[in-house]
Structures are given as C-alpha cells and as structure tokens.
Ligand binder design. Structure first.
Ligand code: URA
Length: 245
C-alpha cells in the first residue's frame, strides 16, 4: 500500500498544470502565471495555450514563455524566521504582510514548504524545488517538526501524557508525539504530521489555549540565532540531510 501510494505521488508530481509549471520555473507567482497565460504569452509545443489548468507532461511537452524555452532554474533553498503577523501566501486579499515582503535579495520565485498560521512564528523553508517541497510535506515521509508552545494556562502532567499518547481531533486522533515540558506553561512538541492548525487544536483538546507558537526545528535544522524577519540560505549539506528519500 505504502509503495503504491508513493508511486502514485511521484507519478502525479511528474505532471503539473501549466500555471504551476510557469510559477515553479521561478518566473512568478501562480496568479502572475495565470495572467501571462491568459495574455497568450505561453506556448506548449509551439502552440499558444490559454488554459492555466492545461496538464503538462514533463517527458513530452515543451513549454515556452515569450518565445523562450522555459529553463529549469537552479534549485534554491532558504530558511526564513517568520515573525507572527505574516501570512505564507504570495498575495493576501486583505492586504496583510506576507513572507514575500521579507525576501529582499531573492531573485527566483520560491514557495513555502508547508504553511505556518498567521500567528505562528519560526522556521519556514522556501524553495523552487517542487519535489523536495512535496516530500517534505507528505506525512508518509515523517519529517519531524518541533514547535515551542507557550500555553495560556499551566499544563498538568496528565495533559502532557495525553498529548504524548495522541488526542482526539475532529479529523481523527493524532499520532503519538514527543512532548517535552520546558516549564509550567511551555512545552516542546515534535510532530510528524502536518494537519491544519494541529498544535493549536491539540492544545485545545487538553482544555488549554495557545498563547505563542514558534516552530524551532525541522528535521535536524534549527532556527538558531536567526532574528525574526531575517532569512539565510540553507547549506547544501543541510538540504541533503533534510531531503526525504
Ligand atoms: N500547528 C499550528 O497549530 N499552527 C501552525 O502554524 C503550525 C502547526
């Protein structure tokens, strides 16, 4: 089952919509890609394609932008210390700040590897390496992510035990997790799942509330002394150590 699912995942990763192909080539966001496709600037095998949802098969199709064949851009990987109050999408209809406002000096379009909520701070990896991003966020690869959680109230020992065993959420029980107590209200939780607002919902399930939430580590890469709002390149060795196989 697991092997079949992984095959299916890789097969789907080898085909992408035209909109994604343009954006993942590092030319711009998916919204920009749609605009360019509608403006007839994109061809597939020499013919203009105006449908952003047109499926591209990398083994067969040749895509060009303004007449120039799409170049596979160099893969880049960076680590941002996302401050609370920034969203992880490219554009926000409500005009809130986005993580892209913090990426001065990054010339290639990169996408976040997974999401962090508006109010969550901490380590966010961004890359133009689609396969890396998809594997990092695929729960089957069990990439551990460590969160430091400041709770609004003190957390009792039996609540810590419940978090370790797994708690019941609306979308099913959580997997057993490593949970370390830092002080009466602060925990470190290591998750290998990546469900929507998972830490916040786990803390609510034990009758408490998250005050502050920071992701401090992904796999073996920690946030270190990087200041909130700053980014740095990931070293080649860090990327290879993180890369799920
Ligand atoms: N869990 C959450 O609740 N929020 C995040 O941003 C990440 C993990």
């Amino acid at each position: 089952m697991r092997v079949w699912r992984r095959w299916f995942f890789l097969k789907v990763a080898a085909q992408k919509t035209l909109e994604r192909v343009i954006s993942k080539a590092g030319l711009g966001s998916r919204t920009q890609a749609r605009t360019w496709i509608h403006a007839r600037r994109v061809t597939v095998n020499g013919k203009v394609v105006e449908n952003p949802d047109h499926w591209i098969d990398f083994d067969r199709d040749k895509v060009a932008f303004d007449g120039k064949p799409l170049e596979v851009s160099e893969k880049i990987y960076l680590l941002l210390h996302k401050p609370a109050g920034y969203i992880t999408t490219f554009k926000d209809p409500e005009g809130r700040p986005t993580v892209y406002d913090l990426l001065q000096g990054v010339e290639t379009f990169v996408s976040p590897v997974g999401r962090l909520d508006l109010d969550t701070s901490g380590l966010l990896i961004l890359t133009n390496d689609n396969q890396f991003a998809e594997r990092m966020t695929n729960p089957e690869y069990h990439v551990p992510k460590t969160y430091r959680v400041g709770c609004e109230g003190a957390v009792a020992d039996d609540a810590v035990q419940a978090l370790r065993r797994g708690v019941e959420l609306s979308d099913g029980p959580t997997r057993p997790a490593v949970v370390k107590r830092i002080d009466a209200q602060t925990l470190e939780i290591v998750l290998t799942e990546g469900r929507n607002r998972q830490v916040r919902r786990m803390i609510e399930a034990i009758g408490n509330q998250v005050g502050t939430l920071t992701r401090i580590r992904i796999g073996g890469v920690g946030i270190g002394a990087l200041e909130a709002g700053k980014w740095r390149w990931l070293a080649g060795q860090e990327v290879e150590e993180l890369r799920p196989r």
